[in-house]
Design a protein around this ligand. Structure first.
Ligand code: GMT
Length: 375
């Protein structure tokens, strides 16, 4: 198939899933065209089946807000016509689903009926999409898509609860490429971070409010009082400065490292013992799956799609939102006994294997066939 993929090109979960899916489809013989405003972060190599089409937005003094959605629709029309695409798969509803709808209507004037699949990723529904300023457009463009997928049962449920949806939503979970995300021996790195063999705890995110990174620091403080440990904070975003301030107040700066954005995240996960994800909302929790694939158990909140990923008391534990004491207690239970820690690590990996790319890719391919066949 010739597939157009629209996504955000950043490190965010939806962009990562879209890019990894595109790469896997290309490796499986499909021709994949990424259409977005920048080279996707994980599309950093050459492949004969992979193409990137940049959406450029012309600046004009009249535009306080350059109309990206129109530029994207125009680019989609152009790429679908000249590359003879069979399908458009757009990731994250806003504004990709409505841009694809517009392109689809324009393409009809050229006698082309391009099927559009929209994948809902989370904040496009749970935070941004629900906003009354977007709700009617999101509802309309989901209903006008030829196929709709959501990354968890919980996100499907939320979508049906908050929008008037007439379309069937197929749940296809996030996936992991175990050939990249697996335990890598990085003893020198481990020794540099934890010279006294302290436990290494990790958090990775975009440091937005929804990730509750202040809770990460406070949970760590409680662990650190009882168990010699180090905290790695990976990523960057609006909450980082506030988190650094909290570390100073709690006098734990010597045990906390802010590493910023990192490409080789699997290497840092490989030296880690425990992953903290106290998010307020998480449609799936791709970052937790990446950790589990590197044998890192997870301490999380029981929100969104996380209970569909983490098995309570096996690959980690989930607590109520904001229950820092319970999360710290569960973390210490895992970390205080080396044999128990090893058991949790093994079970984290076994659970991650259930989301291996090779199991999820055929689900997407079959869904593509179904949608293309019915349009
Ligand atoms: O986690 C983020 O804030 C990024 C966000 C995105 O849309 O790029 O991630 C969402 O999509 C991921 C991939 O499907 C999910 O694994 C994340 O759980 C989801 N984030 C939230 O729901 C907050």
């Amino acid at each position: 198939m010739k597939i157009g993929i629209v996504c955000y090109p950043t490190f965010g979960g939806s962009g990562v899933v879209a890019t990894e899916l595109g790469k896997a489809l290309a490796a499986h013989g499909h021709e994949v065209h990424f259409i977005t405003y920048n080279q996707p972060a994980r599309l950093d190599f050459f492949s004969a089946n992979l193409f990137y089409h940049e959406v450029s937005i012309s600046k004009y003094p009249l535009f306080d807000f350059p109309p990206y959605e129109l530029a994207l629709s125009s680019k989609l029309v152009d790429v679908v016509r000249f590359e003879n695409l069979d399908l458009l798969h757009v990731h994250y509803a806003i504004p990709h689903a409505s841009a694809a709808f517009m392109a689809k209507q324009i393409l009809k004037t050229y006698g082309i009926d391009i099927p559009v699949i929209t994948t809902l990723h989370g904040t496009d529904i749970t935070l941004v999409g629900k906003d009354p300023s977007y709700n009617p457009v999101v509802t309309f463009s989901i209903n006008q898509s030829d196929g709709v997928t959501a990354v968890s049962e919980n996100l499907k449920k939320d979508t049906l609860a908050h929008f008037n949806i007439s379309k069937d939503i197929k749940v296809i979970p996030n996936f992991i490429d175990l050939s990249r995300f697996s335990l890598k021996p990085r003893d020198h790195f481990k020794r540099a971070i934890a010279p006294e063999e302290e436990r290494i705890i990790i958090h990775t995110s975009n440091f937005r409010k929804v990730k509750r990174t202040a809770d990460v620091i406070r949970i760590f403080k409680k662990i650190n009082e009882k168990i010699p440990s180090k905290l790695l904070m990976v990523g960057d975003g609006p909450e980082r400065a506030n988190n650094e301030r909290i570390c100073r107040e709690l006098e734990i700066c010597h045990d906390v490292r802010f590493l910023g954005k990192q490409d080789a995240i699997e290497e840092i996960l490989s030296v880690s013992d425990l992953f903290l994800m106290p998010s307020e909302s998480e449609s799936f929790g791709l970052a937790a799956l990446e950790a589990m694939a590197c044998k890192v158990p997870v301490i999380a909140t029981n929100v969104g799609g996380l209970p569909e990923l983490v098995t309570q008391g096996e690959s980690g534990f989930m607590s109520d939102l904001g229950d820092i004491d319970d999360m710290a207690k569960n973390a210490m239970y895992i970390l205080e006994d080396s044999k128990r820690l090893e058991d949790f690590k093994e079970k984290a990996l076994q659970r991650a294997k259930e989301f291996e790319l090779s199991l999820i890719l055929p689900i997407y391919e079959n869904y593509y066939k179904e949608v293309v066949g019915s349009t």
